[in-house]
Write a protein that binds this ligand. Structure first.
Ligand SMILES: NC(=O)c1ccc[n+]([C@@H]2O[C@H](COP(=O)([O-])OP(=O)(O)OC[C@H]3O[C@@H](n4cnc5c(N)ncnc54)[C@H](OP(=O)(O)O)[C@@H]3O)[C@@H](O)[C@H]2O)c1
Length: 280
């Protein structure tokens, strides 16, 4: 049996650290990397890739900032080529549902000659508690150009479990798992559910996409990320991803986690606790 480590690109990413923790709990050696580790791994610096890959047998990779960006396809192609050269056997890619750029990157992986899996995800539930949206939740207002489009948000704990299943069960190889939550909800419905659970008022406010982008520009977001946010909230968020998928059940044999259970976990973690803010 090959006991060399499994590479995780995205040690600090929302799914990366969870995949790392689950693999270690199964006694599997890991090498989790990001820009701040030794060896370091930077998607924008190919010189960092070989040291990270060397001596690993499989990899779970999270791309940054998003596979939708125009350069992602070539970057993934280059990474797959190097991975094959260093002897990697199996590569699992976290992808985004309904993104044309992501699909092109997926094809590069599927045609790259390695065993592969794609875990193609809807919007993460944890964007409300571990990402840019937490500020809006704690501040009492989430202002987005999301409209009434419904999204079956997926729990990243489920994504991590699916990724680990693909890494540890050879019979699942060379398949796409489309992972979503069990119910599609609007952002307004998510925010109302969070407000009810936390006991403090949080409101969803609909804003035009241009106003949203102008606000991000004023905060100093660079042009490529502004392009990405516009793409995500217009092209990708047009309803194409609204139907729940069966990927969690297919990989794990159990239903996907619902939004209420996600809320219970975040409440237990204290991430939406405002008391720290009041003291600050
Ligand atoms: N968020 C969603 O709803 C969603 C939905 C579907 C798919 N996805 C996919 O999930 C992936 C991660 O998305 P996320 O926004 O949620 O971010 P994330 O998983 O929270 O990842 C953030 C981490 O990426 C690392 N990072 C940043 N720039 C990097 C670079 N140049 N090279 C290597 N690592 C870098 C940073 O760690 P260091 O500072 O330590 O480097 C940072 O902590 C993306 O590919 C996205 O397409 C996200």
């Amino acid at each position: 049996m090959n006991t060399s480590p499994i590479l995780i690109v995205g040690k600090n990413a929302k799914t990366g650290w969870r995949v790392d923790r689950l693999l270690q709990a199964e006694g599997i050696a890991t090498r989790a990397v990001s820009r701040s580790t030794t060896p370091a791994f930077d998607w924008e610096d190919q010189g960092t890739w070989r040291d990270a890959l060397q001596g690993t047998r499989a990899a779970y990779i999270t791309f940054h900032p998003d596979l939708a960006i125009p350069t992602a396809e070539q970057t993934i192609k280059d990474f797959v080529t190097l991975a094959a050269e260093t002897g990697l056997e199996h590569l699992v890619l976290l992808s985004g549902r309904g993104e044309d750029g992501a699909r092109r990157a997926e094809i590069a992986l599927e045609q790259g000659g390695l065993d592969w899996n794609i875990v193609r995800a809807n919007w993460f539930m944890q964007n409300f508690s571990e990402n840019f949206m937490i500020e809006g939740i704690l501040g009492g207002e989430l202002a987005l150009p999301a409209g009434d489009t419904v999204e079956p948000f997926v729990d990243v704990d489920d994504i991590a479990e699916v990724a680990v299943a693909t890494l540890t069960r050879p019979e699942l190889r060379n398949r796409v798992f489309e992972v979503s939550g069990p119910h599609a909800m609007t952002f307004a419905e998510c925010v109302a559910a969070i407000s009810a659970a936390t006991g403090y008022p949080v409101e969803y406010r609909q804003i035009p996409v241009d106003q949203f982008i102008d606000g991000l520009r004023a905060q100093g977001l660079p042009d490529p990320l502004l392009w990405l946010m516009r793409e995500l909230f217009t092209v990708v968020f047009d309803g194409r991803n609204s139907a729940p998928t069966a990927g969690v059940e297919q990989a794990l044999g159990r239903p996907a986690t619902d939004f209420d259970e996600y809320i219970r976990k975040v409440m237990a973690s204290g991430a939406w606790d405002r008391s720290g803010l009041r003291q600050a």
